[in-house]
Design a protein around this ligand. Structure first.
Ligand code: 4AD
Ligand code: MG
Length: 463
């Protein structure tokens, strides 16, 4: 295999022959019959400098097409670099233009706005920022599997198409093969989904949780990690219509154990980034947000704050100077301004809030003794607000049925979920970590659209 630039840059085997392939970032011609090419192959943030003399084979055939964006293959000798900021460079002995690139290439070597880069989402992985994002995404994905696998959690594949609404928020995309121009209607004039492909109305999943619970109550600790879809009309910098979620489910576990795992998990992932993606993380700190490194180091080294929703409300009511846009009152859901106040201003570290009012949370959460709250928890972090949402699940059959009826959910639609509470029910708990929120937090990127390769948001599913 051809060595990657990240390995070449670490080599000190001066005088040895190397071969490298990549895309031209820039070219600078000297007057004395040679040029400097700067190439990148995506293996790391750093580029490799090549010195190309006009006398070498391939020079005259290539030089016309060797513009920013072109792809090249180079053989040469590894030499110590006299230039600042790099240890090695390559003195080419042979050059071969693989794919030329015309001057109208949109990704020229200058700073482009993130808005513009979204319009060229097919090319933006070649930019420094998106190369770094891609490597961070990759490392975190792997670290997530490592974390769970090393602790004995089994990876479960939950379905993308489903007929149940996990969160009950009515934010689902319908999946249909019915003729939209002329759908079959029932006697009430409503669309008759019994004629649809699945014989009933089906959706893209908003969460793998209900399905993953079935495996938790058979295999013990499990997790799912896949795409989820929400038709929320929130055009914010923290919402996507398609995002990836990691959802562990822990058997024989209560809310305390759930919070412990969430905290250990987040700290572990951020620690891996600091250790294994140091150059990319330094880039984010230098170019995107100069607080990210200090923030991550602080989080890895310290415990999260834990307090109940009720205590959080008291804390927010004390915050006279905050001038919140939305009201603060026991029973109302917290807005991101409230979450951020707690984590950024009051505690200055991640905060786990627990025991939320039952009326603002999903049907499956375990009712507390006070009959007003449920065993839910959210993990809040600076700049983002909620990054994890989880709960202990209602494991008592009758209590769950009663709650569903209260919420106008038809228990028959959830018969299999209820069966788990009839046949050997056990206390269990889990949570969901939004993968893009994690990357956004870890890199300091302002907009969640810039941490996923092809963002899906209201009015935009291009590429
Ligand atoms: O709090 P949520 O809705 O929880 C669940 O879906 C549970 N079923 C999880 C579980 O207990 N297994 O979503 C979990 C996380 C949020 O904390 C947030 O990080 C992320 O998913 N999230 C989004 N990320 C990007 N875009 C959106 N529209 C998101 N909605 C939720
Ligand atoms: Mg939530």
């Amino acid at each position: 295999m051809t060595p990657r630039i990240k390995d070449i840059l670490l080599s000190t085997d001066f005088g040895s022959e190397v071969m490298t392939r990549g895309w031209v970032r820039s070219r600078r011609d000297s007057k004395s019959g040679f040029c400097f090419l700067v190439i990148n192959d995506g293996s790391c943030l750093a580029d490799l400098q090549i010195i190309v003399d006009e006398s070498i084979p391939g020079y005259h055939e290539s030089i016309g097409g060797l513009l920013t964006g072109a792809s090249v293959e180079i053989r040469g000798e590894l030499v110590e670099s006299p230039a600042k900021g790099q240890n090695v460079e390559v003195k080419a002995t042979e050059i071969h233009l693989i794919g030329s690139c015309p001057p109208e290439y949109p990704l020229q070597k200058k700073r482009h706005s993130f808005e513009f880069l979204r319009e060229i989402a097919h090319l933006r992985p070649r930019s420094n920022t998106f190369g770094a994002i891609s490597r961070v995404r990759n490392r975190l994905s792997f670290a997530i599997h490592e974390f769970f696998q090393s602790r004995g959690f089994l990876y479960v594949h939950t379905p993308i198409v489903t007929s149940s609404d996990c969160e009950g928020a009515g934010e689902m995309f319908t999946v249909t093969t019915l003729d939209m121009e002329n759908p079959p209607k029932d006697s009430n004039g409503k669309v008759d989904f019994s004629h649809d492909f699945f014989g009933k109305r089906s959706h893209l999943t908003v969460s793998g949780q209900l399905n993953v619970e079935t495996h938790c109550l058979a295999l013990g600790n499990v997790y799912t990690f896949g795409p989820t879809f929400r038709a929320e009309n929130s055009n914010t910098s923290r919402h996507l219509a398609e995002f990836w979620m990691i959802e562990p489910e822990i058997a024989f576990c209560d809310l305390g154990g759930d919070m412990d795992l969430a905290e250990e998990f987040l700290r572990h992932l951020l620690g891996v980034l600091l250790e294994d993606c140091a150059a990319d993380m330094k880039f984010f700190n230098d170019r995107i947000d100069n607080t990210v490194l200090a923030t991550l180091e602080h989080i890895v080294a310290s415990n999260f704050e834990r307090l109940s929703y009720t205590e959080a409300i008291d804390e927010l009511l004390k915050a006279k100077s905050a001038n919140f846009e939305y009201p603060v009152k026991w029973g109302l859901d917290l807005q991101s301004e409230h979450e951020r106040w707690l984590t950024e201003k009051v505690f200055k570290k991640p905060v786990i809030l627990y025991d939320y009012p039952r009326d603002i949370k999903a049907f499956y959460m375990r009712q507390n003794e006070d009959e007003k709250t449920v065993a839910a928890m959210d993990v809040l972090v600076p700049k983002i607000g909620e990054i994890i949402g989880g709960s202990q699940r209602e494991d008592r059959h009758d209590v769950l049925v009663a709650r569903m009826k209260e919420l106008d959910l038809n228990p028959d639609d959830y018969w299999w979920y209820l069966d788990l509470r009839r046949y050997g029910s056990v206390p269990h708990a889990g949570f969901g970590l939004g993968f893009e929120r994690l990357i956004q937090f870890a890199t300091g990127m302002q907009n969640i659209r810039d941490v996923i390769p092809f963002p899906r948001v209201p009015n935009n599913a291009s590429f």
